[in-house]
Design a protein. Structure first.
Length: 319
């Protein structure tokens, strides 16, 4: 177990007091000295300035209040995500996978188009508000690297059998015979001793989301799921293709409702039901079920891959 796992709980209680408490507006926070080392991840470092930049970005883009309580809730998840990103970039380098400037520019353009602006204007918008554009660029670079790793190394290993499809279709009956347009946030649990801490962090995020924070923007900042790049969007999901423990919790949600934190083997989930509809009364959509099962299998493999990277890494949290 890495030292990061053992120290995250105490670190999350100390971070705001040691580094973030009392920091004023975002523009002023950008002037905090950046030379202090917050964490070492193998041969890479995360500075205190990097960490503050990322927290500022998360607060600004998700509509969360800029106060100490919010920072305390975000800090542990931002650090976990940051450590994972370093590991993902290091693994991409080991595999000879590059993230080109063209890749990065395309990702920026996609975000800009969603906000009806250009990539250049988006970066200028961040700078004008005291945010460091490099925080977004570095985050996107890691996300692109991980997508390339998963696509090349894991997707060819995904196999869904006809028996699995039949079982999923059999489960889809009665109240389950419908589809939901679903979004998710997944918070990783490095060690089972950390479950209570991560559940508490998740409950704080749920309170913020129910208070009006943007689900998609928050998912991009803290979610460990493969869907994070798309703001947690899972598209239309047949309820019959969802594992039973989680399916029942999702089925009980109304449109627009954010779930309570849900603990699973993958970590702690937060779901948002954006819409729902009855499934067609015609022939079952076997292809949709197959795609959903493939996606679930791929996410499980990606989670294991990242868990193995964490286990083998040297991680030293210094704050």
């Amino acid at each position: 177990m890495s030292r990061a796992v053992r120290l995250l709980e105490s670190w999350s209680r100390r971070l705001v007091l040691a580094l973030l408490a009392g920091l004023a507006p975002l523009a002023a926070q950008a002037q905090v000295p950046t030379q202090r080392i917050a964490a070492v991840v193998n041969d890479d470092v995360i500075t205190s300035g990097d960490l503050i930049d990322r927290i500022n970005l998360g607060i600004a883009t998700s509509g969360l209040p800029n106060d100490d309580a919010t920072r305390q809730r975000l800090a542990p998840q931002v650090l976990r995500s940051f450590i994972d990103e370093k590991l993902q970039l290091q693994e991409a380098k080991r595999l000879g996978i590059d993230v080109t400037d063209a890749d990065l520019n395309q990702a920026l353009q996609t975000i800009a188009q969603r906000n009806k602006t250009t990539a250049a204007e988006l970066l200028r918008f961040l700078s004008d508000r005291g945010l460091n554009p490099r925080a977004l660029q570095d985050q996107l670079r890691a996300q692109i690297a991980w997508i390339k790793i998963v696509t090349r190394e894991l997707r060819p290993k995904v196999v869904v059998t006809q028996e699995q499809i039949e079982l999923a279709l059999t489960r889809s009956s009665g109240d389950q015979d419908r589809e939901v347009q679903l979004s998710e946030i997944l918070l990783p649990v490095y060690d089972r001793n950390q479950e209570d801490t991560v559940l508490a962090d998740a409950q704080g995020l749920v309170a913020s989301l129910r208070g009006g924070a943007g689900f998609a923007d928050l998912a991009r900042q803290v979610s460990a799921a493969a869907s994070a790049e798309n703001g947690g969007d899972l598209g239309w999901v047949p309820l019959g293709a969802v594992v039973p423990d989680i399916r029942d919790r999702i089925a009980a949600l109304a449109v627009g409702q954010v779930s309570d934190p849900i603990l699973s083997q993958a970590g702690v989930h937060i779901f948002l039901v954006r819409a729902q509809r009855a499934r067609s009364q015609g022939a079952p959509d076997r292809d949709a079920v197959r795609q959903q099962l493939e996606q679930q299998q791929l996410e499980r493999q990606a989670s294991r891959y990242l868990r193995d990277l964490r286990r083998e890494a040297f991680v030293d949290v210094r704050i």
